[in-house]
Every structure is written in structure tokens, then in C-alpha cells.
Write a protein that binds this ligand. Structure first.
Ligand code: SF4
Ligand code: SF4
Ligand code: FES
Length: 299
């Protein structure tokens, strides 16, 4: 019996084998995407029908009287890259150049290709194509924002909210020796799980509290970045930062700890955990140094 047949047999009996990616340790969403890619490649090797339907939300300000609609595109998967962004690039390059979306780095660093794919907010360049051709992939803009065109949404409020938390190092004294503010490795480690935020807005636009209170509530992206600066040993304004997000309690406390933000973050960050630590600090006055930050802790 061939190795593949044995593997397939095991898969049927135990419900799937796990492929481990050591480099993605501590990054469960990356691990999940890696597994999906492996599965997709196997599907492609096996499948007869390799044409996949992509249902994409379309709306153009040039035809303001036309309601938004879904347009289907069919792609031959073996001639397409493995990620959803590859499919969009192929459609734009070869089928319909009017399809509009943001993208830049194509490797999960810039955050610009955030959209909703099969009902979940994520970045298209890190989301593998589901190669099961019996069902389409549905792609829509990030929810609850004004659409500018097709998959491009207006992020002005999102950026204003981010700017309002003053996301830069604020100190009272010049650096020792006039050069740089230094950290110990332990102090630097406290920023892990926070500094990696790429401002994609997946979390904020998946948050029901933000949907209903977009003007009052800062949203999980701005708040995890507030916590990033509160946790920074070089920053001298932790208390002022906390005060700024609690003067109007709706900025922080409109979070109801639902956890959608943490569930969808494509960088496997935990905004809800950061928010709950700030609530604890605010309510109890516990110093932030003792509210350890560890992305592996359970939510
Ligand atoms: S945990 Fe808070 S910020 Fe995150 S989705 Fe829920 S309500 Fe929104
Ligand atoms: S916390 Fe995650 S989902 Fe939210 S903006 Fe940052 S990277 Fe995107
Ligand atoms: S293109 Fe930069 S995150 Fe996707």
C-alpha cells in the first residue's frame, strides 16, 4: 500500500492530520492558514474540476444609481497563486481591470488588503484560496464602513481614532547620554503580541460594539495600540494615556468583551485581552508592569 493511501486512510479515521509549522509557533491563525494551504495543494493535485468561482462585491461611484451587486469570476486554480490576493490580482490583470481593492506588501505587513472573505475579516494576502470548487468564495468589503469603490472602504474615522491615542513615544526627560532610550530584553518582551499590529482594521470592523458606537467607542485597534504604549517602559505617560481613554468612559468601556476582535485578527493578536487589562488597571490601579502580556495566554 502506498504512503499516500495510508495517509488518506488515517485522515478518514482520525479526521485529519495536523501539519506543524514551527516558525508559526504562537501564531494560531498563521498555523491555520498554513494547514489550509497544505490541504488546498492536496485538493488541487486530486481534483478534476479546477475552476473556482469568486463572488465579489461590486459598487462604483461612477454609477451611483446602480445598487451594489455580486459579480462572479471563474479562475483556473493551477494557473493562479495560492492566496485570495493572488486571485484578485489575476482577475484585475486578466479579466476586469476595473476591479478595485487595496494592496501593497502582499505578505501581511501593510494591512491594506483587509476585507471580508467568506464571512470573516482578514487580509487577502494571508488567506489561502479554498480549493474546494463545489462552493464559491465570497468577498465583500470590511463591514459597517462606507464603501468608496468595490472592496475599498473609507478608513478616515479609523485613522482619526488611531491618531487620537497619540501613538508615539512620549517622555519627560531627554535620553541618557543624549542618544537613545534603552530597554532591557525583559522590558522589550512586554511589547510582544502588541507591536505587531498592522492597523488592518479587521478587529475594529468586526466588533459589534463599534458597529453601534463608532463615534464614541475607540475600537479594539486603537485600544490595543494604547496598551502597547502604556506597556512601553520608555514611555512616561501611561497614566495620562489611561486617563485619556476613560475621561469619557464610552471610549474604553463600550467594549463588552465579546471577543470578535481577537477571533479574527490575522496577526493572532489579542485586542480583547489588552482592553480587559486596561479596564483592570483603571478600576484597581494595579501597575501595568504586573499585568503581564503574553500572546500564548488563553483568552
Ligand atoms: S472584545 Fe470588545 S473590542 Fe473586541 S469585539 Fe468584543 S466588544 Fe469589540
Ligand atoms: S489588532 Fe490585529 S486585526 Fe486589529 S488592526 Fe491590529 S493587526 Fe489588524
Ligand atoms: S497586501 Fe499588505 S497586508 Fe496584504
Amino acid at each position: 500500500m502506498s504512503r499516500n493511501l495510508i495517509k488518506e486512510g488515517i485522515t478518514k479515521v482520525v479526521g485529519g492530520w495536523r501539519k506543524e509549522f514551527p516558525i508559526l509557533e504562537g501564531h494560531p491563525i498563521g498555523q491555520q492558514h498554513g494547514e489550509e494551504v497544505v490541504k488546498s495543494i492536496e485538493n488541487l493535485k486530486r481534483g478534476d474540476d479546477k475552476c473556482k468561482e469568486f463572488r465579489i462585491y461590486r459598487w462604483s461611484p461612477h454609477n451611483p444609481n446602480q445598487k451594489p451587486y455580486f459579480q462572479s469570476f471563474f479562475l483556473h486554480l493551477p494557473s493562479c497563486g495560492p492566496m485570495v490576493l493572488d486571485a484578485l490580482q489575476k482577475i484585475k490583470g486578466e479579466v476586469d481591470s476595473s476591479l478595485t481593492y487595496r494592496r501593497s506588501c502582499r505578505e501581511g505587513i501593510c494591512g491594506s488588503c483587509a476585507m471580508n472573505i467568506n464571512g470573516v475579516n482578514t487580509v487577502a494576502c494571508l488567506k489561502p484560496i479554498d480549493t474546494d470548487t463545489s462552493r464559491p468564495m465570497t468577498i465583500t468589503p470590511l463591514p459597517h464602513l462606507f464603501v468608496i469603490k468595490d472592496l475599498v472602504v473609507d478608513l478616515s474615522d479609523f485613522y482619526h481614532q488611531y491618531k487620537s491615542i497619540e501613538p508615539w513615544l512620549k517622555t519627560r526627560n531627554p535620553p541618557p547620554e543624549g542618544k537613545e532610550y534603552r530597554q532591557t530584553p525583559e522590558e522589550r518582551k512586554k511589547l510582544d503580541g502588541l507591536y505587531e499590529c498592522i492597523l488592518c482594521a479587521c478587529c475594529t470592523t468586526s466588533c459589534p460594539s463599534y458597529w453601534w458606537n463608532p463615534e464614541e467607542f475607540l475600537g479594539p485597534a486603537a485600544l490595543i495600540n494604547t496598551y502597547r504604549w502604556i506597556s512601553d517602559s520608555r514611555d512616561d505617560f501611561a497614566n495620562e494615556r489611561l486617563q485619556a481613554i476613560t475621561e469619557d468612559e464610552r471610549r474604553l468601556y463600550r467594549c463588552r468583551a465579546i471577543g470578535n476582535c481577537t477571533a479574527c485578527c490575522p496577526k493572532s493578536l489579542r485586542p480583547s485581552e489588552a482592553i480587559s487589562k486596561m479596564k483592570t488597571k483603571h478600576l484597581t490601579g494595579i501597575p501595568v508592569e504586573t499585568l503581564s502580556n503574553n500572546r500564548k495566554t488563553s483568552h
